[in-house]
Design a protein around this ligand. Structure first.
Ligand code: HEM
Length: 239
């Protein structure tokens, strides 16, 4: 009978769990505890690295969602989009963990960051890169189906697939805005809202970036729909 305790995969580590997940490599990516600049630094690194991994996973699923969308496979697009968005909920809530680091302690860690800044986050940059491409694929599908985005919303039961995709696009925008909002609060709370970041960017700029929406047309559509029903009530609320 096979000995199930014996590893059968190649790799480092005494078990297949460690070999498959490469836990030796993964767990050596943080500063050894006896070399931390401050005991809170491990939390700082674990939260950042976890966020990068989750954003990497989310970008991958969004890329797959984009491919499905351009093939007209709306069900799979929405399914993969939903998964990617679910992954993005975690970097957002992980920011809360960092709010437990207090300013004087953070400055000990910050002294070792050089010009390191979230502006260079590969995970976040890949999300910013994929979003407009999803927007383009959506527009192409509308064109191919001879529809306007208003048609999709007005007859959402008929165009269930495209409507589902559009709603997942909206979820994505909300998540990115939510991330930016909570991140801004974190920065204001720890280093203050009137200073420069490690890359020289004023924290105020983070506030401006919060206005950015990847799928503005879908938000503006709401105004147009409301306008049809009550023309006097609309103001620009897309920000
Ligand atoms: C103590 C915690 C943190 C502080 C004080 C902080 C502060 C800042 C500041 C000041 C900036 C502006 C750029 C610059 O550095 O000059 C920035 C940008 C950014 N940071 Fe953080 N950050 C923190 C944690 C995080 C975490 C955990 C993430 C997750 C990956 C993150 C992701 C980002 C991103 C994506 C940007 C660019 C923002 C955008 O494009 O809107 N930050 N951060």
């Amino acid at each position: 009978m096979a000995d199930f305790r014996k590893p059968i995969l190649e790799g480092k580590g005494g078990t297949d769990y460690e070999r498959y997940l490469r836990t030796d490599d993964l767990l050596s990516l943080q500063t050894p505890t006896d070399q931390l600049s401050h005991p809170d630094e491990l939390t700082f690194q674990v939260i950042h690295q976890s966020s990068e991994l989750l954003m990497k996973g989310a970008s991958w699923e969004l890329e797959r969602a984009r491919t499905a969308l351009s093939e007209g496979d709306y069900a799979n697009c929405a399914r993969l989009f939903r998964r990617g968005n679910m992954m993005l909920e975690h970097p957002l809530s992980l920011l809360k963990v960092l709010e437990t680091i207090t300013p004087y302690d953070y400055h000990v860690i910050r002294a070792g960051l050089g010009h390191g800044s979230g502006l260079d986050s590969p995970g976040f940059l890949s999300l910013l890169h994929i979003a407009p491409r999803i927007g383009d694929a959506f527009q192409e599908r509308l064109k191919a189906e001879g529809l306007t985005v208003d048609d999709v919303y007005r007859r959402h039961q008929h165009y269930f697939g495209l409507h589902d995709v559009a709603e997942r696009m909206l979820d994505f925008d909300e998540l990115i805005q939510g991330f930016r909002f909570h991140h801004l609060k974190l920065a204001q709370r720890i280093i203050g809202g009137g200073v420069l970041g490690t890359m020289g960017t004023p924290v105020e700029v983070l506030q401006q970036r919060m206005q950015h929406l990847a799928f503005r047309e879908l938000w503006e559509l709401r105004n147009r729909i409301t306008e049809k029903f009550s023309p006097k009530e609309t103001v620009d609320d897309t920000r």
